[in-house]
Design a protein. Sequence first.
Length: 113
Amino acid sequence: MSVLIHAEIHGLAGRAPELQALLTEHAADLSAADGSLGASAYAPVDGDVGELVLQTHWRDEAAMQAHYATPGYTRYVENVGELLARPSDVQVHYVQRSVSAAADLSMDPSRQG
């Protein structure tokens, strides 16, 4: 079962560019990690300055847990704290099955538009 993590990051508005750079680098490292199915960091369309989202997708929980023991994760944790206005809101989703929108539309011709 894969694992999807959605983290809403609440950064200090005055340090938003630093936080964006750190999260972008961290997402790139996550994407390249063993067991990673991808990662992205972005600012929500309706978000305030300093509000960012980090999403990661892991092959399984073991791969996610192994990442937490890496020097890259330690480096991220050591640097992110001073850029935060408050703790992040994190949701962990255990995903048994995923279907892409394109595949879903091809299965139901009435929904093609």
